[in-house]
Design a protein around this ligand. Structure first.
Ligand code: C2O
Length: 559
């Protein structure tokens, strides 16, 4: 009898203990309605695709460890998919979002719930449409706070603000793109850059379209800066103030102070700013970095950093940004980026490499009978232009559907040449195909991304889905396998999900392939992605029971 009583008492205590156990992950639910709304900027009003009628869209605000459910209902005329840029989606590519890579798009009138856990990541990321050029207006911030009770590894800011840098076209972006590809030329460049969807007062009709943040003297602010532009790497600065970089792509860094940031499309940067200068109004400004003679939208977007109590009639001063082609600034800025690499946040750089990959980035011209010049611009990796499939690659992989993709993407270019030597106007007989690279589970991969002078050198921000990687090396000219690896930083290299390959140079990244699935890798300049500068890895399942791709959700869209 007594025994039984004791038993039930323990059971009861156990239940109580379980029920009150802290650190239970919260479930955060969001409803995203994709809808078209009339929005006006720069004296023009036009219908744009939005989430919940907002531009930029709503912020996803979670804590590390939370589960997130985002129900996306598509009321627009375009098929849609949303990517949670930088979230690792462990075993769960079904929630990653790139159309035709991990899912078929959500058709007009349909819904899909992205269901994912935010595990082992904290910081700033963002979400965006991942089909056509729709991310021009369909994007928003993702803020992942550290687990409850865990402070930042830097002084607690007084307040935080998100700054989303973007690009604006006065006409329908999809029409702009269609027109470009019909002509075989790059689509018309954007009409303005924006900060939180607003171009600022340097543009006509923009008085109302200026983002301003009010600050209190003596306080420190955390700015979460996101480059959501389609095609422009941007410099960003605040007049009169320095910024301390503390995080990039949701990874803490060794803090350093700078006047200007460089941020490529896809990247995020968190900075601390102290409002301790003469109370006034100061412009925050963003303008492209471009070190090749290719035209870009070089206009400056501005927002205002204003001290409380200062009259709004005072005209703000502009910061000094580097000249648009200041390669030297960019190199030295990138040299300062280092992982925090603390005991709590170690940099787990793979020291031994199982698989060495070398991919050349090439632009080219292909014959095009219907184009004005008879040619069409194209882009390739290892001389292969990626062809988008008609069905999701992850489904094809999971259900073992034959004939959708091949797994023979070459580990190195078939023809070697002086990659960054004299410009080669012709392409090297670029082939096209849906060719993936198969990677063994948990193997360590080193990938050298080598820019080439096929048509022209250019800098390319590369993004890998499903992973963070370590940027172990970078250089100008051709990568030298005999000499360059000795200079790699294997101690505290920056860890990120998007990295710039310098103009006429190379970047070396390393990662451990511990996330099974099909993962897209592409240049985050939408222009180049649409020309075919993309490929995908298929990371095989491991042997353990927790090492394989999860089963697909029931509402996964069909093609
Ligand atoms: Cu932010 Cu595949 O991209």
């Amino acid at each position: 009898m007594a025994c039984l009583h004791l038993g039930s008492l323990f059971l009861l205590l156990g239940l109580v203990g379980f029920a009150s156990f802290p650190a239970e992950a919260a479930i955060k639910k969001y409803q995203f309605d994709i809808q078209v709304k009339n929005v006006s900027r720069l004296c023009h009003a036009k219908p744009i695709v939005t989430v919940n009628g907002r531009f930029p869209g709503p912020t996803i605000y979670v804590h590390e460890g939370d589960r997130v459910l985002v129900n996306v209902t598509n009321h627009a005329q375009y098929n849609m998919s949303i990517h949670w840029h930088g979230l690792k989606q462990f075993r769960n590519g079904w929630a990653d979002g790139p159309a035709y890579i991990t899912q078929c798009p959500i058709k007009s009138g349909n819904s899909y719930t992205y269901d994912f856990n935010v595990t082992g990541q904290r910081g700033t990321l963002w979400w965006h449409a991942h089909i056509l050029w729709l991310r021009a207006t369909v994007y928003g911030a993702i803020v992942i706070m550290p687990e409850e009770g865990t402070p930042y590894p830097f002084p607690q800011p007084y307040m935080e603000a998100n700054l989303l840098l973007g690009e604006w076209w006065n006409t329908d972006v999809e029409e702009v793109v269609k027109k470009g590809s019909k002509l075989g030329l790059p689509p018309a460049m954007s009409d303005a850059h924006t900060i939180n969807g607003k171009p600022g007062p340097l543009f006509p009709c923009s008085e109302k379209h200026t983002f301003a943040m009010e600050v209190e003297w003596g306080k420190t602010y955390l700015l979460r800066i996101i480059n959501s532009a389609l095609n422009d790497e941007l410099f960003f600065a605040i007049a009169g103030h320095t910024m301390t970089v503390v995080e990039i792509d949701a990874v803490y860094t060794k803090p350093f102070t700078t006047q200007t940031l460089l941020i490529a499309p896809g990247q995020t940067t968190n900075v601390l700013v102290k409002a301790n200068k003469a109370p006034g109004r100061y412009f925050m400004a963003a303008r492209p970095f471009n070190d090749v003679p290719i035209p870009v939208d070089n206009k400056t977007a501005t927002a205002i950093f204003e001290y409380k109590g200062v009259p709004k009639t005072i005209i703000p001063i502009l910061p000094q940004l580097p000249t648009p082609n200041d390669t030297e600034f960019v190199m030295s800025y990138n040299d300062k980026l280092r992982s925090l690499n603390s005991p709590k946040f170690p940099a787990k750089v793979p020291l031994k490499v199982d698989r060495h990959l070398f991919y050349t980035i090439g632009l080219g011209r292909n014959p095009c009978a219907t184009c004005v010049n008879g040619t069409q611009l194209t882009a390739s990796l290892n001389n292969i232009t990626f062809m988008m499939p008609q069905v999701g690659l992850l489904q094809a992989h999971y259900f073992k559907v034959k004939g959708v993709f091949r797994t023979d993407f070459p580990d190195r270019p078939l023809t070697t040449f002086n990659y960054t030597g004299a410009p080669l106007t012709a392409n090297l007989g670029t082939s096209s195909g849906t060719r993936l690279s198969k990677v063994a589970f948990n193997s360590t991969v080193e990938l050298i991304l080598q820019d080439t002078n096929l048509l022209t050198v250019e800098s390319h921000p590369f993004h890998l889905h499903g992973y963070n990687f370590f940027v172990v090396g970078r250089g100008i000219g051709n990568f030298n396998p005999a000499k360059d690896p000795a200079k790699f930083n294997l101690v505290d290299p920056p860890e990120r999900n998007t990295v710039g390959v310098p103009t006429g140079g190379w970047t070396a990244i390393r990662f451990r392939a511990d996330n099974p699935g099909v993962w897209f890798m592409h240049c985050h300049l939408e222009l180049h992605t649409s020309w075919g500068l993309k490929m995908a890895f298929v990371v095989e399942d491991g042997k353990g029971k927790d090492d394989s791709v999860l089963p697909p959700p029931k509402d996964l869209p069909l093609c």
